[in-house]
Design a protein around this ligand. Structure first.
Ligand SMILES: NC(=O)c1ccc[n+]([C@@H]2O[C@H](COP(=O)([O-])OP(=O)(O)OC[C@H]3O[C@@H](n4cnc5c(N)ncnc54)[C@H](OP(=O)(O)O)[C@@H]3O)[C@@H](O)[C@H]2O)c1
Length: 322
């Protein structure tokens, strides 16, 4: 008898009936062909053993593009096929994955062709959540939303989401989707102590009003909200091997802010990473925080973030100060 469902909190996604684990696993980086398959497989299987049932993927993830989904498809086939009903698989389309005009954007052609390709790579008949990865001002919103609706009607997706949409566009999408009988399940924005945009641009409030959940990405600011960069840049860290996190981000201003946050965390008896995760999940409208991970040990550490007492008003004010 497995104990995998004893570890995590499962939160209802917006007004839907779907519960997601407070922590999801994302396959954006370190799941391409440039990292050893066995390490990647260990991380995915360990995540599932911890009760992380939600795996966030996209046609774009690798490198090269599509590699992360091919990798996940292999693990699904070899190790997790018997558990397909217990998994929430997400994919996204609409971020560029090639030079063709049909490998980018929010056209019906791009979105539905990408979804079909992702289903082949993942080796599954359906994904649980299909996202439009980012807004495309050149395509009528009705067309992008129509493609999401088609994906559900064709049985290729159970739910739909949008990512990186500003609140106004997200609201318009929610209205169109509701009218089509396919409610917007979820919005996926970036949210962390270092990027509070969903608080300031009204997205958190909109989630309540329109009844969707928020599954937030980069809650650790790609590792900046952990202890790893406090005294330098360790070998193997993302800041040394990713086009998306420059070593220039590790400057004196960063170190001072991280040091203050780390002190707050230490006084609470937790790590900076755990503080940062608890901070995003203090919002009831945040359904899940998507973790990136380069080892199973990082997951073990991070999922304990909700084992600590709630943040007090004084602690939240100190964090605001940073
Ligand atoms: N919708 C979108 O446009 C979008 C954009 C970006 C991401 N996402 C999704 O969100 C997921 C997560 O994004 P993210 O990877 O930026 O998340 P993150 O959780 O902010 O950063 C994860 C990275 O932080 C480091 N780390 C994690 N735990 C640690 C610990 N306890 N101690 C030290 N270092 C630790 C690891 O990097 P090292 O390699 O340095 O160990 C890990 O890969 C992605 O995989 C993707 O699914 C979506």
């Amino acid at each position: 008898m497995t104990d995998r469902y004893d570890h995590l909190e499962y939160r209802r996604t917006g007004d839907s009936g779907l519960k997601l684990p407070a922590f999801s696993l994302g396959l954006w980086q370190k799941f391409g062909t440039d990292y050893p398959y066995d390490n990647q497989r260990d991380i995915v299987l360990h995540a599932f053993d911890l009760g992380i049932t939600h795996f966030d993927n996209a046609d774009r993830y690798g490198p090269p593009h599509r590699a992360a989904q091919k990798f996940f498809g292999e693990v699904l086939r070899r190790d997790l096929a018997a558990h397909r009903d217990e998994l929430i698989l997400s994919t996204k389309a609409g971020n560029p994955i090639g030079r063709s005009p049909y490998l980018t954007g929010g056209s019906r052609k791009s979105l539905l062709a990408s979804l079909d390709h992702s289903l082949r790579d993942l080796g599954t008949d359906y994904v649980d959540i299909f996202y439009h990865h980012r807004a495309d001002p050149e395509t009528p919103l009705e067309e992008s939303v129509g493609a999401l609706v088609s994906a559900v009607r064709q049985g290729k997706a159970l739910y739909v989401g949008v990512s990186n949409y500003d609140p106004e566009r997200a609201h318009q999408a929610a209205v169109l989707l509701r009218a089509a009988g396919v409610p917007l399940l979820v919005h996926q924005p970036r949210y962390s102590i270092f990027d509070r945009t969903p608080e300031t641009n009204g997205l958190l409030d909109l989630a309540d009003d329109d009844g969707f959940g928020l599954v937030v990405y980069s809650p650790l600011a790609q590792g900046l909200l952990t202890e790893k960069y406090l005294t330098g840049i360790p070998a193997g860290a993302r800041a040394l091997n990713s086009a998306f996190l420059s070593p220039d981000a590790i400057d004196d201003t960063y170190r001072e802010r991280a040091r203050v946050l780390n002190k707050i965390a230490t006084e609470r008896g937790q790590s900076l990473a755990q503080l940062a995760l608890q901070w995003v999940l203090r919002q009831s409208r945040v359904t899940s925080a998507i973790l990136g991970a380069s080892s199973p040990a990082q997951l073990d550490h991070n999922v304990r973030a909700l084992d600590f007492p709630p943040l007090t008003a004084d602690e939240l004010a100190l964090i605001d100060g940073v």
